[in-house]
Design a binder for this molecule. Structure first.
Ligand code: FNR
Length: 186
């Protein structure tokens, strides 16, 4: 049997009680054994500054190496002002440089957005897709995942309590596993 695909899971929120982090944990739990998803933290990354490319902070180097070592990337993000939160954009920028050495290049990706609002972070989800086009990350088209009213989906311990959402997230991860296989070189 082929070894499981390493999937870097990036959570767009740094908040301790983040709904999106809970969604990320649920996705990790529901993934099939062909995937090995792990959260890669982004909150410690210094803000990207091109002047530091010749002598990068160690957090940038460690992050870039971590992304390079994975087979695919899963973004789980809230929407801030109809876009992605700054820490996630920063992580994308850090991973994309130095020029010509992007850690993202060619890695299959998928996006889940979650929000207490009804439209489930649609704006952030699509804004992020715009960056992924430029970064040559083939982003899974279907199923789309805009998780609305997401504050109602978890109990006090962060456990997913909505059966239809569980089924949806499980199907999403199955589709992502297929997507990764279809968009991987080996
Ligand atoms: C928000 N929120 C928000 N929600 C939304 O659906 N669309 C939006 O554009 C915004 N904008 C926004 C900006 C900023 C600065 C904050 C702090 C919040 C609300 C947001 O969805 C809510 O706080 C979520 O709970 C954030 O996700 P986490 O931290 O729970 O994962």
């Amino acid at each position: 049997m082929a070894s499981p695909r390493n999937v870097a899971v990036l959570v767009g929120s740094l908040r301790k009680d983040s709904i999106n982090r809970k969604v990320a944990h649920a996705l990790i739990e529901l993934a099939s054994s062909s995937l090995k998803p792990e959260i890669v933290e982004i909150g410690q990354l210094p803000i990207y500054n091109q002047d530091s490319d010749p002598n990068p902070p160690e957090q940038w180097t460690a992050f870039r190496q971590r992304i390079c070592a994975c087979n695919a990337v899963l973004f789980v993000t809230p929407e801030y002002n109809r876009s992605v939160p700054a820490p996630l954009k920063n992580a994308i920028d850090v991973g994309s440089r130095p020029y010509g050495q992007s850690a993202w290049f060619g890695k299959p990706g998928a996006i889940v957005s979650a929000s207490p609002s009804a439209i489930g972070g649609f704006g952030a989800n699509h804004h992020l897709r715009q960056s992924l086009v430029f970064l040559n990350v083939p982003a899974m088209q279907q199923p789309e995942a805009y998780i609305g009213h997401a504050d109602k989906l978890f109990d006090a311990n962060g456990k997913l309590i909505n059966d239809s959402t569980r089924k949806f997230l499980q199907d999403f991860m199955m589709a992502f596993a297929t997507w990764i296989d279809a968009n991987s070189k080996a």
